[in-house]
Design a protein around this ligand. Structure first.
Ligand code: ADP
Length: 490
């Protein structure tokens, strides 16, 4: 590591991170990227909301005794700063029970909280106030997703004198979530109306928080190369492709890594037997154990297909629904772990009830079961309509569980179709987003499954890949350094 990198002082702003709060891959990425940067010698501090669900005692969080005061509309809202540490990363939490001590992080089954604009405006501006109170002035403020996208704008508009040298980097983890609110919320922000225009926060007459990051951050990244291209097109841009094309030069796609210590089939405390690419026998034990656990017949030769996912439209649950009946006629078993939209949960439960010998659906969020499914399954389905990066296919590859994916975003970048002749490739991919194309790849995988020798080659190809943060974290370090160099020249 260079001595230059040692001096880098980075603050992450994010709405979730392991081990404290998680609803999806963002939490994995914040935790594993920050830890990996610390290992490279950087100083990384993460700011999170202090959700009511976070067990302060269990995580040894301590109050700093410092208070922040945040302008929200014509009010002053107060918050308290707590501190914790994990894997060498310093965490600060903003406590404000009225905003963050609720049943969910973003909403309930009934939908998003009506005051999410206010909650995350408070959080974003609260981070800038928090940095001031703590006397911190990072080199780079690295903001993640819409919840913290207003920070680059506020930094320029109201806090430049407090942080004269701080640069901003904004990462798009999923363009599908933009933080769009009606314009009557504008008064909350305390920003001049000058920002309510197309090259600001205005978005078809509404307020779009994400645009704060897209227009005002010094540098943009997203989580795979392919996704960086897709979001600049009408098909993938979610009505922001024009904005993203304007910032094309500042937008870089960097593929996510996974925590290779947590996801390690050779040392995984949750699974029935250890295995790796040289000792595959343990995987069969994991399969039998999983079949027993979920109540499927213990049939060694039956390909076991799996999914672990949030049950939302962009994960391709409709496409899955359109092929389920056909799948159930095949000689397979299927286990799905997921939660999310009620109609998807019900649809899957109905199918599982019709085919109890073949399909099991576990509705809920269960990290330990996720480990056992990754270890026990033969194939992993990811028919996502779009997928910025995707982490579960990376875990599957590492666990010798062959992914069948739609060729989009990070799935396109990380999964290569297996070629029987050359023995190259690590999975199955379909390009056209149709039931026919999806089923064809499932059929292809089932026929290859019968060829044990080729199947082992396919498993090993995946298991021997590098899915750590190593190379990607290095790209972030270079971007941070580039931003600092630019800032110093100003
Ligand atoms: P996204 O962030 O869009 O949900 P990713 O593939 O990037 O998708 O990350 C999903 C993360 O959440 C993975 O770590 C996956 O194992 C985990 N996950 C998703 N659903 C569940 C669930 N029902 N139970 C346990 N873990 C889950």
């Amino acid at each position: 590591m260079s001595s230059k990198a040692q001096k880098l002082d980075i603050v992450f702003a994010a709405s979730e991170s392991l081990p404290y709060a998680k609803t999806g891959g963002l939490a994995d990425v914040i935790a594993s990227l920050s830890a990996s940067l610390v290992q490279k010698g950087l100083s990384v501090t993460v700011f999170l909301p202090l959700y009511g669900q976070i067990d302060r005692e269990a995580f040894s969080l301590i109050s700093t005794g410092k208070e922040i005061v945040v302008p929200v509309s014509d009010r002053k809202e107060r918050g308290l700063l707590y501190r914790g540490e994990h894997a060498g990363v310093m965490f600060y939490f903003i406590e404000q029970d009225r905003y963050f001590n609720r049943l969910g992080y973003y909403g309930t089954e009934e939908g998003d909280y009506f005051d999410n604009a206010e909650r995350f405006l408070f959080f974003s501006r609260g981070i800038l106030e928090g940095l001031k109170v703590l006397g911190l002035s990072p080199d780079v403020l690295h903001c993640h997703d819409w919840h913290t996208a207003l920070i680059p704008l506020y930094l320029k508009e109201s806090y430049r004198n407090d942080f004269p040298k701080t640069a901003t980097l904004f990462t798009i983890h999923n363009l599908g979530y933009q933080g769009v609110f009606w314009h009557y919320d504008w008064h909350l922000l305390n920003l001049p109306w000058d920002y309510f225009y197309a090259d600001g926060l205005e978005f078809f007459g509404k307020i779009n928080f994400l645009k704060g990051g897209l227009f005002f951050a010094d540098q943009l990244t997203t989580v795979s190369r392919k996704y960086a291209k897709e979001i600049q097109t009408p098909a993938g841009g979610q009505r922001l492709e024009g904005v993203l094309r304007k910032r094309q030069k500042d937008l870089v796609g960097i593929v996510n890594g996974i925590d290779t210590t947590e996801w390690d089939s050779a040392h995984d405390p949750y699974i029935a037997a250890a295995y790796d690419s040289d000792r595959l026998a343990g995987k069969a034990i994991c399969k039998t154990a999983l079949q027993k656990e979920v109540g499927l017949p213990c049939q060694k030769e039956r390909p076991l297909l799996a999914m672990i996912t949030r049950l939302v439209a962009h994960k391709g649950i409709d496409l899955l629904a359109s092929v389920l009946e056909t799948m159930m006629k095949m000689p397979i078993q299927c286990v799905i772990l997921g939660n999310g939209e009620k109609h998807y949960e019900d649809m899957l439960a109905v199918c599982a009830a019709r085919y109890p010998e073949k399909m099991v659906v576990k509705i809920g969020y269960d990290p330990a079961l996720a480990h056992r499914i990754e270890a026990g399954a033969d194939l992993f389905l990811m028919p996502s309509q779009y997928e910025p990066c995707g982490l579960t296919q990376l875990v599957s590859l590492r666990y010798g569980t062959i992914p069948i994916v739609h060729a989009t975003g990070g799935l396109e970048d990380t999964v290569a179709s297996f070629k029987s002749k050359s023995g190259r490739g690590n999975g199955f991919k379909f390009k056209s987003y149709t039931a026919r194309a999806f089923i064809r790849q499932i059929q292809k995988s089932l026929s290859l499954f019968r060829d044990k020798k080729k199947w082992r080659t396919l498993m090993r190809n995946g298991m021997r890949g590098d899915y750590s943060w190593g190379a990607s974290a290095e790209v972030y370090v270079e971007l941070y350094q580039g931003l600092i160099d630019k800032q110093e020249k100003r």
